[in-house]
Design a protein around this ligand. Structure first.
Ligand code: SF4
Length: 904
């Protein structure tokens, strides 16, 4: 059987066809009819069904779980008593401490209907604006930037604009990795139009930057200075559109007075780029028939996030590059439904259907639509503030849905202090093993991808149905249904005897009510319903009643949703990052995505093949910095910011400038499981943009030094009972508290689990026993070597004369050849003595490890380098890049770097 739905990861919003037998998901492929992807999926999307295997779902929540103390185990409970108990506790808290003593922290991965119910529950029923979302970490600067300049939170562009653009300016986005299917579209547009110029603004030479015609490798956080510098050149060289500015905008004079000082030389100096490159970029943009900007977290996750967005939009307004094919400022959304959350106003500073929380008339409209007396006027706590308020005790109870703040929020020490202090933490989740679950008092099982119904909106304002292909297991329910049932129980206490505010019998009913709130607004979808979407497929908003299609582009008439109908130039000053580097913290730490992982890895982290591209955590530094500090790739280093310390291995990368360092955002406390187990965000700062309240996750000042942890442990092997997720969990548990420990999936010829740990003192026998037990290294048939005096030990399990699992402690020098023997599956029965002898280097097949480039066909860098011919020939020989295409930028780079390479 097949069911059409949507990918649950990024904001490209690819349509998928889920293959299933009515009970289990068996496969997934791209929906050829979906206008976002026309059948394509990236590596993550192609592996969606693998996140639903029994192993991946090992820790699936199936019933409500309740515990009396955080250290106690959860016990199953029924839905009705659990929701009644929660309603009692929330009602009592509200009665004693007021509505702002409770809060909801929700997610851009919820459907629009889920979001709608939570928002109405908080603002309409309880009377608090304390409902914020992980979209605050992702898109709130884009919201504030659009509203500041264009008057409404509405991306004016569509994906087809890539086909019509002459210049594409990509700022703060590694689109090739973060939005791969959209990047395929850009590649196709470049192939069609060789004159198309791509400019990339990014401190790192990412895959996207390496592919560009011009890479402006700015210093972190200097984007506003760059955009002002570009505008300065546009003004100086008369490449602006004065007539369009006069007709459709206001505020240009104030902006001009600010950009006057951003001469190309001054701007280039601030940004650390070549003056001539800045001028070239401005000329390309200014001369373009159609100029399109794509931008994402590099602009948004910043203390100047709103200013960066606005300064980029200024360029489009100054040149009239908006509202026509191929032109406009196009914010790419990170999550599958950050847009839907914005549409329903599901944030602490927003109101339904793009209404203004500060406007009494707008609040009255929403109150009337909801049938309540009023909605609160004071903005609620935004994400970072919410956890500070929990720590301060002013917010006492928090309901978290479909997100993992104990991994993803900055300044984890502060976040976890808030979770610890909270009187009640309710977690609505699919699985029980996220970092946040450790702080939950109650865990409510939500339906996951392929199990739930609703809609999501992608980056181009296109609303797509999300459909259930299989039933949710056990008693798990759709998130909207959980929120509705709780709301009904709570309203029985807060407004007894009155008709329910939540009369929904189906998710379509929720959507229908949301539709009513949009009528007459800029995002009017009065013409849409679930039935209409089922009949006509995905549609862009606005789509008012009577319309036959949505609108592809906005503002083609030059009319903007502001009081005077004019777009507003934003005279924003340039401000540097929150944390300047110093003698004490001399490195600029940046964060970002890996190609094949998603957020905190609670889903993609369960799929072995998605680990192959970047198998282990590492902090990247320029080789010059490594050498200058006497460090080498593979060394363990201590990374310290003002907030905490993380120990992680080092990697050399010339994609960074000296003085910069890079750490992927995915490695949380579940993967870097030692010591405090707080992951990368123990380092990042909660300092936020004053307008958007989005924290500066992209930059922190750090110092980096060798971690003196001489005792090492390496263990690897096949997972027990083919249950890699359970084996990994047991290993993580065994290693908690060790100074450094990472536990990752092994992909490759023999999938399994790999552990690395390091400590100052020899590992305790009890810890080693737990590691051994997790990998099946116990029993009579296990080969053992122990030298307690030197703290050296080794365990080895063979199966059919092949290595099945190994643990080395103290001396791990044999890792390379034992890994070779494991991966090759060679018969090692003749090597029994050497297998256990520290220092032995028996002859054997050496496997030269090479980075994996193509996940779909398992093609490595070495294989690509060894294959002669141009790109087309390499692809025909090795098949790499011929399926999902996520590896194409790396593939092109590798082929072009060879003497005979001719990247087609
Ligand atoms: Fe999913 Fe990849 Fe498409 Fe994003 S680009 S929606 S992750 S398939």
């Amino acid at each position: 059987m097949e069911t059409r739905s949507t990918c649950g990861y990024c904001g490209v919003g690819c349509g998928v066809v889920i293959e299933h037998d009515g009970e289990h998901v068996t496969g997934v492929r791209g929906d050829p009819d979906h206008p976002a992807n026309f059948g394509r999926l990236c590596a993550k999307g192609q592996a969606l069904h693998l996140t639903m295997t029994p192993s991946a779902m090992r820790f699936r929540a199936r019933t409500p779980l309740v515990r009396t103390a955080r250290a106690a185990p959860f016990a199953p409970a029924g839905w009705t008593p659990t929701l009644e108990m929660l309603a009692d506790r929330f009602a009592n808290c509200i009665a004693e401490h007021g509505p702002d003593s409770v809060a909801f922290y929700i997610s851009g991965q919820l459907t629009t209907e889920d979001y709608y119910v939570f928002n109405k529950l908080a603002k309409g029923l309880i009377g608090t604006n304390n409902v914020d979302t992980n979209s605050r970490l992702c898109m709130s600067s884009a919201v504030a930037g659009y509203k500041m300049t264009l008057g409404a939170d509405a991306p004016p562009c569509c994906y087809e604009d890539l086909d019509d653009a002459d210049v594409v300016l990509i700022a703060g986005s590694n689109t090739a990795w973060a939005h791969p299917v959209l990047y395929r579209r850009l590649e196709a547009a470049r192939a069609q139009n060789p004159q198309l110029k791509v400019i990339v603004v990014d401190p790192r030479r990412t895959a996207t930057a390496a592919d560009a015609d011009l890479h402006l490798a700015i210093e972190p956080g200097t984007d506003v200075a760059l955009f002002h510098g570009l505008l300065h050149v546009l003004l100086w060289e008369e490449l602006i559109d004065p007539a369009w500015i006069a007709r459709h905008t206001s505020g240009f004079a104030e902006l001009k007075s600010i950009v006057r000082e951003f001469t190309p030389r001054a701007a280039a100096q601030i940004c650390g780029v070549r003056e001539e490159d800045l001028v070239t970029a401005a000329r390309w943009f200014g001369h373009a028939g159609a100029a399109l900007s794509l931008y994402c977290q590099g602009l948004n996750q910043s203390t100047a996030g709103t200013a960066k967005n606005a300064a980029l939009i200024n360029l489009h307004l100054a040149t009239g590059q908006i509202g026509r094919p191929g032109a406009g400022p196009f914010s790419l959304t990170g999550q599958p439904n950050a847009m839907g959350g914005r549409e329903v106003g599901g944030m602490a500073t927003l109101l339904s259907a793009h209404r203004d929380l500060a406007d009494p008339a707008h609040r009255a409209e929403v109150a009337k639509l909801w049938g309540v007396d009023r909605v609160p006027d004071r903005p609620g706590h935004t994400a970072v503030e919410l956890f500070e308020a929990l720590a301060a005790g002013t917010v006492k109870m928090v309901w978290i849905a479909c997100t993992n703040p104990a991994q993803s929020l900055p300044d984890q020490r502060a976040v976890r202090a808030g979770l610890e202090r909270a009187e009640l933490v309710v977690l609505q989740e699919v699985c029980t093993d996220t970092e946040t679950a450790a702080y939950a008092d109650v865990l409510l099982p939500g339906a996951g991808w392929a199990e739930k119904e609703g809609t999501v909106t992608n980056s181009e304002r296109r609303i797509t149905r999300v459909r259930a292909a299989v039933p949710a297991p056990g008693e798990a329910r759709g998130d909207w249904a959980i929120a509705t049932a709780f709301a009904q129980a709570l309203e029985a206490r807060l407004r007894p005897g009155l008709p329910t505010l939540f009369p929904y019998l189906s998710v379509a009913d929720v959507f229908a009510e949301h539709v009513k709130t949009t009528v007459g607004r800029d995002l009017d979808i009065g013409g849409l319903s679930h039935a209409r979407l089922d009949e006509s497929g995905p549609q862009q908003w606005p789509f008012p009643a009577g319309a036959t299609s949505g609108r592809a582009r906005l503002y083609g008439d030059g009319c903007f949703p502001t009081a005077d109908g004019r777009a507003r130039f934003a005279a924003v000053p340039y401000k540097p990052v929150a944390e300047a580097v110093s003698a004490h913290y001399p490195f600029k730490l940046m964060t970002g995505r890996l190609r094949d992982q998603w957020h905190g890895m609670s889903r993609t982290g369960t799929v072995a093949s998605l680990h192959a591209h970047a198998p282990e955590p590492a902090l990247s530094m320029h080789p010059f910095d490594l050498e200058r500090r006497g460090l080498a790739a593979g060394d363990l280093a201590s990374i310290r910011s003002k907030r905490g310390e993380l120990i992680v291995p080092l990697a050399a990368s010339d994609e960074l400038r000296p003085g910069h360092a890079f750490l992927p955002m995915h490695w949380g406390g579940a993967t870097l499981t030692g010591a405090d187990a707080m992951g990368i965000n123990v380092l990042t700062t909660g300092a936020s943009c004053p307008q958007s309240k989005q924290p500066e996750l992209k930059h922190a000042a750090v110092r980096i030094a060798r971690a003196e942890l001489p005792q090492r442990l390496v263990a690897f092997g096949q997972a027990r009972d083919d249950d890699a997720v359970a084996t990994r969990a047991a290993l993580r548990q065994a290693l908690s508290g060790v100074a450094y420990a990472s536990v990752v999936m092994l992909s490759g010829p023999r999938p399994g689990v790999l552990v690395r740990a390091a400590a100052a003192e020899p590992f305790h026998a009890a810890l080693l026993e737990k590691v051994d037990a997790a990998l099946g290294l116990t029993g009579d048939d296990i080969a053992c070597y122990d030298d307690p005096r030197r703290g050296i030990g080794r365990r080895l399990r063979q199966q059919d004369a092949r290595i099945a699992a190994v643990r080395m402690s103290g001396d791990v020098g044999a890792e390379a050849w034992l890994r070779d023997a494991f991966d090759s599956g060679d018969d090692v029965s003749a090597l029994r003595t050497a297998l256990l002898t520290p220092g032995a280097r028996p002859p054997g097949r050496r496997i030269k490890r090479s980075a994996l480039v193509c996940t779909c066909f398992g093609v490595t860098e070495d294989a690509i380098r060894a294959c002669p011919g141009d790109l087309a020939h390499v692809q025909s020989e090795l098949k790499c890049g011929t399926n999902c295409g996520s590896c194409l930028p790396e593939l092109r780079r590798l082929v072009a770097a060879r003497p005979d390479g001719m990247a087609a």
